[in-house]
Design a protein around this ligand. Structure first.
Ligand code: MCN
Ligand code: CUM
Length: 794
């Protein structure tokens, strides 16, 4: 017997087919809405039609009269139980059901619980709410105006609409660097609101058992343990009597991290009625009230030497937070990890200032496929670099070559305090340029222009901090950010692995088993992976910010190593040698000097239950908590070519080349799937997804006729390339990847369109770069802003 073939058993590096797809592609997934409990009732939410209004009165009497209606809850009834407001993940408060005012269109005002969802909807329609309309604020500039109405007049001491101010960097050193600059390049832009819009909307079933006092909530959450802690604190229930179960999730993309009013109202309704209460959000509810990303304004300058060397950056960001500051982000950082901007470049000094404003819009700023505002950071960075190249008349690839960190610079401390672990940036860039045929395209572009055709090429190079914590710096609501895994090997060598993460489609059931396989030589098919049930899974902070591989994945490797250490003792016992004389190869221990004498991991497992040495604790299982020493820093190069039609402003994507370095790839096929998905979302944000507001605060884009999701028809093809720089501090050398393409992709598309318009003097067209905006820019030779309010007739 010799070591196993790792690829054959589905270990590290195997493009193993996704085990979850056996049920997903055959319609056998088990989502919240598939769960039917005996006696279950249904809840619907009445939402505000107005963006900003005082509530004069609420008359629910007609709803109570409808047969089948069991409960109508208003904000006032919630207030009697101290539940009208709930804490957010950013130390703010959010209305569960409105009491005093409504603060955005779509805000939750009442809920109705009934025998079926249709009766509940009828109940909502029978409620009469009298509103006294107030002026609506739909952008931070209006919010900051001296005479602006105070949106959050519920908050003691809040006299304006400012929600936070934050700053990082060295102001004095930045000033000095700007004074030395040959050229200062400026850019102003708006990263619009966008919405994760997962296929499955949010929902929950709260099931309070009055007999045992136990509350079980089945729900669509990416972070079950955080929800359990929050429910314990908000509802004042004992934590061990709360069980949160997150079954299959139909996509999360950050939308399922926050705590939504529907969950809270559903829990109270179940406690009051003593029955299970199901709430399943509809599409327009999801698109209008939950988890928006971005909505950030940038005003930036870059100090440059004439040869293209970046001397300093200054960025001022203003975030439109909507009515409640509900971002999920580490508590120290008020704009997430925006200060990861320029981490891949050699930028000696910089200053970032930021402020948030409350507006009459749904709570925004929640992460959408971005590790806490990193999407904005990288978009701003790459748009600024492109603008600087244009200002200096330097080629866009060349300016990156002159500023990207070289391999000998790692680990690199950035101007804003991060420690970037590793990378081969120049190799990635060269590979990408080569793949797209950069020089040749540039020549073609000139020739095409002479014939009146507008071709453009856009580059985006970026690194991303993935895998929060470490626990020294990262916490959410005071809970330190780490993760865990628990591994139990059964007598026959089969195993169950549980982690504190929660897959939403990323494929953890497939990939975690591969890590176990790599560490223990147990075939991946013999390892079942379970996540999402707080009664059985070990504590963890959940899946977002592409932290699962960096943190939970590391915990999987660590727990497998603990199990292997015990298996070694069992092997020594079976082989009748001392432990020091036992060697390991994949799947098997053997005697040093006598490799034919060995014990497989399965034989060790059997011995753990049937033949352990005297005095040894039986069983073969363990757990591991992993507190990462640093974030992991993947790197990517995205290059896009486009052709813009000067007559219509329509732009077509010609080619998309991606080079991703996410360290060691556990499952290359899954990694490629993640990159393709991310690029699709990047393209959608750049090209078509439009969520905005008119001057009255009416939402434009709360349905899929207006908010366009790309289908296979619109989505361009992607050409993927790989570089591997193992992460120096991760047990298997892996870095996160789940968000890279969505983070770095948008700038590549947008830079490409701007490159095509290079001769027109247009510096910026805001995303989505809609054809009418491009056309307008071409007509006027001027920038086009996409910031709200929009004309309501457009
Ligand atoms: N992986 C790998 N090798 C690596 C890195 C990752 O094989 N070096 C695999 C992982 O094992 C995992 C997948 O790739 O199966 C993504 O891993 P990771 O980068 O750790 O990201 P997470 O698992 O933490 O997923 C979160 C990330 C986020 S934050 C969003 S948003 C997003 C994304 O994943 N939402 C998704 N991708 C998604 N994909 C689907 N299908 N659905 C979502 O909701
Ligand atoms: Cu940034 S969206 Mo993901 O973190 O769930």
């Amino acid at each position: 017997m010799t070591a196993l073939d790792e690829t054959a058993i589905g270990g590290l590096g195997a493009s193993r087919r996704r085990v979850e797809d056996a049920r997903f592609v055959r319609g056998r997934g088990h989502y919240v809405d598939d769960i039917h409990l005996p006696g279950m009732l249904h809840m619907e939410i009445l939402r505000s039609p107005l963006a900003h209004a005082r509530i004069v009165s609420i008359d629910t009497s007609k709803a109570w009269e409808i047969p089948g209606v069991r409960l109508v809850l208003t904000g006032e009834m919630m207030a009697q139980r101290n539940l009208a407001w709930m804490p957010t993940l950013s130390y703010d408060t959010q209305a569960v059901l409105a009491t005093d005012k409504v603060r955005f269109q779509g805000q939750e005002v009442c809920v109705v619980v009934a025998d079926d969802p249709y009766i509940a909807k009828d109940g909502c329609e029978a409620i009469v709410v009298e509103y006294e309309a107030l002026p609506a604020i739909v952008n931070p500039e209006q919010a900051a105006a001296p005479d602006a109405p105070v949106i959050r007049d519920d908050k003691e001491g809040q006299t304006d609409n400012t929600c936070y101010r934050w700053e990082v960097g060295d102001a004095a050193a930045t000033e000095r660097a700007f004074a030395q600059a040959d050229v200062v390049s400026s850019l102003k832009l708006h990263y619009p609101r966008s919405h994760p819009s997962p296929i499955e909307c949010c929902g929950s079933i709260a099931d309070y058992d009055a007999g045992t006092g136990k509350l079980t909530v089945y729900m669509t959450t990416q972070a079950p343990h955080i929800i359990r802690a929050a429910v314990a604190l908000v509802a004042e229930l004992p934590e061990h009597m709360i069980r949160i179960v997150s079954p299959d999730i139909g996509g999360g993309f950050g939308n399922k991290v926050p705590i939504y009013p529907g969950y809270v109202a559903g829990i109270l309704a179940s406690i009051l009625l003593g029955k299970p209460v199901k709430w399943i959000e509809d599409k327009s509810g999801n698109l209008s009230s939950t988890g928006f990303g971005r909505d950030m304004y940038l005003d930036a300058q870059m100090a440059l030497r004439s040869d293209g060397k970046i001397l300093a950056v200054r960025m001022h960001a203003v975030t439109d937070q909507g009515a409640f500051f509900a971002d999920a982000q580490p508590s120290k950082f008020k704009v997430g990890l925006l200060h990861s901007a320029f981490a891949c470049y050699d930028v000696p000094v910089g200053l970032i200032t930021a402020e948030g404003q409350y507006t009459n819009k749904a709570p925004g700023g929640v992460a959408y496929r971005c590790s806490f505002r990193v999407t904005e950071a990288m978009f701003f960075q790459e748009r600024m670099v492109a603008a600087a190249a244009a200002d200096l008349g330097i080629d866009a690839a060349e300016i990156r070559r002159r500023n990207l960190l070289t391999d000998d610079r790692f680990p690199h401390r950035t101007a804003f305090g991060f420690l970037v672990d590793s990378g081969q940036y120049h190799k990635c860039l060269d590979l990408g340029l080569d793949a797209i045929g950069y020089e040749e395209f540039k020549r073609d572009q000139v020739a095409a222009r002479e014939r009146g055709r507008l071709l453009g090429i856009g580059i985006s190079t970026m690194t991303e901090p993935l895998g929060a914590g470490n626990s020294r710096e990262y916490d959410i609501l005071g809970i330190k950010m780490f993760d865990s895994a628990e591994l139990r090997v059964h007598m026959t060598g089969k195993a169950i692995l549980r982690t504190g993460a929660k897959t939403q489609g990323q494929g953890h059931e497939t990939t975690w088993a591969q890590i176990v396989s790599h560490e223990l030589g147990i075939p991946a098919d013999d390892v079942i992976v379970e996540e999402g049930d707080t009664d059985t899974a070990p504590f963890g902070m959940g899946t977002y910010a592409s932290r699962s591989t960096p943190v939970a994945g590391a915990a999987v490797a660590m727990v497998a190593r603990k199990v292997r250490a015990k298996a070694r003792k069992l092997a020594a016992h079976l082989l009748e040698v001392s432990e020091e004389d036992v060697e390991w190869e994949l799947g098997r221990f053997y005697v040093r000097g006598a490799p034919e004498r060995g014990a497989t991991i399965q034989e060790c497992a059997a011995a753990a239950y049937s033949n352990m040495p005297d005095g040894m604790e039986p069983g073969l299982e363990n757990n591991a908590y992993y507190d990462p020493p640093n974030l992991t820093w993947p790197f990517a190069v995205y290059i896009v070519t486009v052709e813009v039609d000067p007559e219509t402003g329509v732009w077509d994507v010609l080619r998309v080349v991606a080079v991703d370095d996410c360290g060691v790839r556990i499952n290359p096929m899954i990694v490629e799937g993640q990159i393709m998905g991310g690029l699709t979302e990047a393209y959608a944000m750049a090209n078509m997804q439009f969520q905005t507001y008119d001057a009255d605060g009416n939402q434009v884009g709360s349905n899929y006729m207006d908010y366009l999701l790309p289908t296979a028809w619109e989505t361009p093809g992607f050409e993927l390339h790989e570089v591997v720089t193992p992460c120096p501090h991760h047990p298997i050398g892996a870095k996160g990847v789940g968000e890279c393409a969505a983070v770095g992709g948008p700038a590549a598309f947008v830079n490409a369109v701007h490159d095509a318009l290079a001769s027109t003097g247009v510096r910026n067209i805001d995303m989505p770069v809609l054809p009418d905006r491009v056309w307008q820019a071409l007509q006027d030779g001027r920038d086009v802003s996409g910031a709200p309010p929009v004309r309501s007739d457009s």
